[in-house]
Design a protein around this ligand. Sequence first.
Ligand code: GDP
Ligand code: ZN
Length: 316
Amino acid sequence: MYTEFGDIRAHAAGRMRHEAMDVGAMPAVGDWVALRSPEHSGAGIIEAVLPRKSSFLRKMTGTKSVQQVIAANIDVAFLVNGLDADFNVRRIERYLVLSMESGAQSVIILNKVDLCESLDEVVDVVRSVGGDTPVHVMSALHESGMEVFQKYLPPGTTGVLLGSSGVGKSTIMNVLLGEKKQEVKEVRDSDGEGRHTTSSRELILLPFGGLLIDTPGMRELQLWGDSESLSDAFTDIEELALECRFRDCSHAVEPGCAIQRAIGEGRLDQDRYDHFLKLQKEIAYLERRRDVRAQLDEKKRVKKLTSKQKRSPKRR
Ligand code: GDP
Ligand code: ZN
């Protein structure tokens, strides 16, 4: 934890752990906290988490649909993609929904430009899904096009590199760190094959003053959006839908459907629309689960209250 006294260890006050109704209330990477300063050389105690400007949430593993804050107060989310065989524009759409949900500014990074033969075409496609989101092309391997990070991450701001494995996040981080290269240590996995892991440091101070969050958890983000963040990422579809003849148009067979017309005329990509429908379904499912959970929590709370009343000694 960075403090005015330097880098110290701290843990959450026991009270906080008990009071936290959901795990989202516990401190996460990037949080600003109220800290009781360490007595002597011991660990500090986190008394409260200050309100978050933005937060990246993840559905906790397991069957319960509980949210976990993976990182908080991120100003800029860099959605990193590799312009190699693995390039996938649908994945960009997915990450956009996530970062719109978080409240952070999104920036699309197209890395490995040295491997791309049809750059203009790809950039056009990316812009068509990204809307107003800035798009930057670079090659981390050749250390070119990387000045943009300094522009987006002035001192006091925090960014995060999001993207699937292999797109170049560690390479970018290493170039940004320059001389202070990230510690890369050899770990032996069960296969006996060497594997690189990045250092466990999760909040990394860059030479030009900005911070980058690098947590393993951010790498396998699952969708935890709501219908609003979906609309933000697909404004073109939302706008088209407003032009449908019927207000409750299902965009399937109705006459005067602006979405079907746009697909027919090639103004809306069928794959993009299909992906939108898929994400919409996923989000509707998550929202239902959240509602059910909220009801269960409320039931539990009421039950706890009433059983407390029963147990409390009677006054005379
Ligand atoms: P991460 O899993 O997102 O952290 O990806 P890495 O940084 O480990 O990069 C995966 C592979 O892509 C490595 O072999 C890198 O050398 C390579 N790579 C990263 N950036 C570039 C680039 O700009 N051009 C090319 N050709 N390869 C790159
Ligand atoms: Zn319609």
